[in-house]
Unconditional design. Sequence first.
Lengths: 298, 277
Amino acid sequence: MTTTARRRRPARSHLRRSRGLNMALLLVATLLVLFPFLWMVSIAFTPADQAFRDVSLFPSDPTLENFTTALTVGNLDRAFLNSTVVALVAVATNCVVTVSAGYAFAHLPFRGSTVLFYCLLATAAIPVAVTLIPLFLMVSSVPFAGGNDALGRGGSGLIDTLGGLSIPYLVGTMSIFLARQFFLSMSRDLAEAARIDGASELRIFRSVYLPLSTPIIAVVAVFAFTGVWDDLLWPLVISSSPRSQTVQLALTGFSQSGNIQYGPLMAAALLVTLPVLVVFLFNQRHFISGLSEGAVKG
Amino acid sequence: MLLVAPAALYVAIFQIVPVVYGLILSFTEYTPLQRGAPTFVGLKNYLALLGDSDFLGALWVTARYTLQVLPPTVAIALVLAMLANRPFRGVGIFRSALYVPHIVSLTAVSMVWLWMYSQNGLFNEILGVLDMSPQRWLNEPSSALNGVSAMRIWKALGSNMVLLLAGLQTIPKTLYEAASIDGAGAWHRFRHVTLPGLRPMLVYVIATDIIYLSQSFAEIFVLTSGGPLKSTTTVNYLIYTEAFEHSNMGSASAMAFVLFAFIAGLTLIALRGGRER
């Protein structure tokens, strides 16, 4: 436990030794944590005929055949397109709606805005299972969609469409909260100066605060993207054919057969994971600040 | 106010209306396939759940799963956070690497563990090297839930570590120095400086973990489909099968509200236990 704190006047060699031990432990832990992923990559590149014997962490003759199988056998290409479309829509709506709402809650209070804010925030605590069934029934009875009449009966509504699929992802309540916290930490002086100059409130938001809010927009975008990309339950419920399948749903298709082909399965899992991993690598700060902001200030 | 309207409207239509609709549904019998309307049955669904061994079993599985994943993942994450809290060159790489399991979807990581638990998978290879007989990890009612739990402990480490690390960094260094001057050993510094300073974050981590863990679905769907012999059927998984395989929307809604109360109860216990004394 000497790792958490340095002694007041530590002997140099002692400090170096404990630091070395600290790093070694961390290295071992990190390797253990990453171990399953190393196997995922390894099996994805192992030829199918070797997949059940002599699997090793470093395949002797690596191959890309599992990737071509994954893309042709499953519905992965279409699923990629579907997930990308829904994710982009969700990113766009979240960035516009939650950032502006967060700004208004922080800087343009109106009568009842605090109560409204806490009402919105409280909905974040509702388990998915509670809204799952009603949302499904609501989506299936959207009037004039999917063969429905004006009262939403007779057809399938927006079931098995990208529109129905995107509904739960459009506005994230946590993102409204994070945006509000972000704008609360920004000075009001800027707005005051612009107000004296006669700028409209919308103009102040657009020209003064928005250019400064790239960090929160990045956090909201990352949340919205991973929210769509990684979800399984809602697509499972709403999609009934390949035309509205998402990546995670297509992925489960590889594991539901009796005789699982682990090579293509791992290749597919790797392909599905790659976009999130790339977003993470380029946005690490925002991933992590989004996570801890909510905690520290909540 | 105009800026808030879209968000408020969305939440009202797609969050609040469904909750009310769901509550109403939970007092009805409704099978959409029969094209009929929901029929009001009062408390019948809830009363039936009291004697429903499948539901009570699922509630027990959910409680066990949550409570056996939570302590190890928080403890290990705390150790990792303390290891990664020390500034040295390259510590950022470790922090990011340890976070990776969190950002990969539950579905994808479950696939990897499905292989690790498979007949010729990693765990049986290791047993083979140790001259032990292979296990049917996920196919035995006695071990399946533990198998899924091990995966989830690993999966939850990243986010917990990052949060606890953020918590550790809010503890002033001077407190440790003062404790050292007073002659406090490593354990006492941990017990009397680290833990109290970390309390708010620890409570937050435990509460959010409870909320996520008690709604487990994807890993169950991929790894075990709730089996064998329903030994891994969580409430969320049962709700899914009840509503979308058996088309009993009324009783599934009632289950959802009982789960809601269950989660709220567990979370409140955690929050109360974590209050400053």
